[in-house]
Design a protein around this ligand. Structure first.
Ligand code: A3P
Length: 427
């Protein structure tokens, strides 16, 4: 055929030869790309064939490959994978599986995305913390316990390779803001609400750096933080900081400019909430009333009991104000965080210097519990409510004891309002 052409036109032969060469180069390139897509990273079994457009569970493999322990062998069962994943502690993002998903029911599943674009967006959302899990201190203990099937199957840990150049440049920073307390006042809700914001990144578990892990050093602390891209703010929450004497100075030594957030709630309800949490772990503990009062005759309040002591807010705040000016501490009204989350979050966004992104459209009220849940993705309607350890029903407490506690807290509350130059509606 070439000979036939050569008779008629030499230019045609040249063009034909060039086309054939082009085709050869193109197919060599195609082979190289396919090879790179299936070759494992760093010797781990991490490769997935992009052409399948199949993404393993919630760990996205879209063109890029998942790095490290989370990359699953497709033959491995979900439970095996969860176990393996949980044995590793260095992850930089967490993905909560959808409670109604097959993973939570213990079934194996492959999540398929229609196209590369959709998968890319999904991973980006995750890397922004948009789909992060909600591991609380107590959940964390469950996870470490590893025997609890529910805990094992609940959170999904993963470290993913980044999709775009900007994520390749991501770095871990020390937090610029810390939610320092108060335990059982709504700290988890606040953090999860803030994580809706694309410019906010936070670790799921509580790092407890300044109280329990201080000797591990600042680099350890930094390593606990998620990666951020320029313009993103790193925040963590560890509610025990507020009541730990050594912490204010340690935080100051890290950064005198760090922004501090304290969620406060009526100290009586807070104490009952604290007790309810303890009761859920040890159902045989004595009733609240017996803990709260030293003895029935004198009706002296047991102020050394942690559940009571934590609610004496001015005592704890005093230590913080030795190191930080009041303007650097923002107080979130825990009651309003439930009743009107958007406006409370609006104030937090201002305090943190964030653009007003989170608004009413991100919340809806979930009955019968009556707590706000988050609408993560307006388009898909993806939503999330806090787990069952948040918003537990409280046991009935004797009215006299409640009245006694109200009397006990009243002067402290007044002092607190004075200190923060703001009033709260605690009776
Ligand atoms: P209860 O479980 O006693 O109701 P923390 O996260 O600091 O441990 O606080 C837990 C408290 O957060 C819960 O206490 C609950 O009242 C409150 N909370 C605030 N917003 C919530 C929400 N959207 N969902 C569930 N609990 C919420």
């Amino acid at each position: 055929m070439i000979l036939l052409f050569s008779f008629r036109c030499k230019r045609c032969v040249l063009a034909l030869m060039m086309t054939i060469c082009g085709l050869c180069v193109f197919s060599l390139y195609g082979m190289a790309v396919t090879w790179s897509a299936v070759v494992p990273l760093g010797g781990q079994q991490t490769g997935y064939d992009v052409r399948q457009k199949e993404l393993f569970d919630n760990v996205v493999v879209a063109g890029d490959r998942v790095r490290g322990t989370v990359a699953a062998d497709p033959g491995e069962s979900v439970v095996q994978r969860h176990n393996r994943v949980l044995q590793n502690s260095n992850r930089d993002f967490y993905v909560k599986t959808d409670p109604s998903s097959k993973e939570e029911r213990g079934e194996n599943s492959l999540r398929t995305f229609e196209n590369y674009q959709e998968a890319t967006e999904d991973l980006k959302q995750k890397l922004r913390g948009d789909n992060s899990i909600f591991v609380d201190d107590e959940d964390q203990r469950n996870i470490n316990g590893r025997d609890n099937f529910e805990a094992r199957t609940k959170p999904y840990y993963g470290t993913a390779s980044k999709l775009s150049q900007e994520y390749h440049n991501a770095t871990k920073k020390l937090p610029e803001a810390i939610i320092i307390g108060v335990k059982k006042a709504g700290t988890r809700a606040l953090l999860e609400f803030l994580r809706i914001h694309p410019d906010v990144r936070a670790p799921g578990p509580e790092p407890h750096f300044f109280d329990r892990n201080y000797d591990k050093g600042l680099e350890w602390y930094r390593s606990q933080m998620p990666e951020t891209i320029p313009g993103q703010l790193t925040i963590e929450k560890t509610p025990s900081y507020f009541v730990t004497r050594e912490v204010p100075k340690r935080v100051y030594d890290m950064s005198k400019n760090v922004k501090l957030i304290v969620v406060v709630r009526d100290p009586v309800t807070r104490a009952i909430s604290d007790y309810t949490q303890a009761l859920s772990k040890r159902p045989d503990i004595k009733p609240f009333e017996q803990w709260a009062l030293l003895d029935n005759r004198t009706r002296l309040v047991n102020s050394s009991w942690g559940a009571i002591r934590i609610g004496v807010y001015p005592k704890h705040l005093e230590h913080w104000l030795k190191f930080f000016p009041l303007e650097q501490i923002h107080f979130v009204n825990g009651e309003r965080l439930i009743g009107d989350p958007a406006s409370e979050i609006g104030r937090v966004q201002s305090f943190l210097g964030l653009r007003q992104y989170i608004s009413e459209k991100h919340f809806y009220l979930k009955e019968p519990r009556g707590f706000p849940c988050i609408i993560r993705n307006e388009r898909t309607g993806r939503h999330h409510c806090l787990g069952k350890t948040k918003g537990r029903p409280h046991p009935k407490v004797n009215e006299d004891v409640i009245a006694r506690l109200r009397d006990f807290y009243r002067p402290f509350n007044l002092k607190f309002y004075h200190m923060v130059k703001r009033k709260f509606d605690w009776r």
